[in-house]
Design a binder for this molecule. Structure first.
Ligand SMILES: CC(C)(COP(=O)(O)OP(=O)(O)OC[C@H]1O[C@@H](n2cnc3c(N)ncnc32)[C@H](O)[C@@H]1OP(=O)(O)O)[C@@H](O)C(=O)NCCC(=O)NCCS
Length: 166
């Protein structure tokens, strides 16, 4: 992930206040990480029919975080005792499509790219934590056949740990 890519992400989110926190968090993560860490985080963009960038996914290696997640899944009893996380899975960190273009299938295309990119890198598992006031993302991930490791959703928040085995 580069500064230029973060600028493009900020342009895509624009003045969508509900997700301005994505841009803030991505900037913070970038600033707090060293060059090596940032080189292991990737941005995949989605274009509209005119070739303009209208969506993105941030995905990458988060080895320390994934180790903690794996241990937590076991300790909390959310996975079977023989659960083994791949040594270096991807974390799907952020996914976003411009509000006025949602429901047009762009996320389907974007997610296809994510799977192809992940396979191409020889990665066999993706993990994600989703927590959002809108159920759109969790519904979308369910449609994409995510394994639901634990679902904490209530009427205010759709929250879950998810994974995909490729
Ligand atoms: C989640 C999000 C990326 C989906 O984007 P989208 O472009 O509207 O999705 P698509 O039009 O490609 O739809 C893909 C599939 O998901 C389904 N889907 C999308 N939004 C849905 C919703 N709100 N409820 C139920 N299903 C939904 C669609 O019906 C479609 O299914 P189909 O292929 O069987 O027809 C988009 O709503 C978004 O950017 N949300 C804000 C950011 C966010 O929540 N990110 C995730 C947290 S990291």
């Amino acid at each position: 992930m580069s500064r230029d890519e973060i600028r493009e992400i900020a342009d895509i989110v624009g003045d969508d206040k509900a997700y301005s926190h994505f841009v803030k968090r991505i900037n913070k993560e970038f600033d707090l990480s060293d060059e090596e860490r940032n080189s292991k985080v990737y941005v995949i963009f989605q274009e509209n029919k005119k070739g303009e960038r209208i969506g993105f996914v941030v995905i990458g290696h988060s080895p320390a975080k994934m180790k903690v997640w794996g241990q937590t899944f076991k300790e909390e009893g959310w996975v079977k005792n023989d659960f083994q996380m791949d040594p270096d899975p991807f974390e799907l960190m952020y996914m976003y499509v411009k509000p006025e273009l949602r429901g047009e299938g762009y996320s389907n295309k974007l997610f296809e790219k994510v799977l192809a990119f992940t396979k191409d890198k020889g990665i066999r598992e993706i993990y994600a934590y989703v927590s959002d006031r809108s159920p759109a993302a969790l519904n979308f991930y369910k449609k994409k056949k995510a394994n639901i490791i634990q679902d904490f959703s209530d009427e205010d928040l759709s929250t879950a740990f998810l994974s995909w085995q490729l």
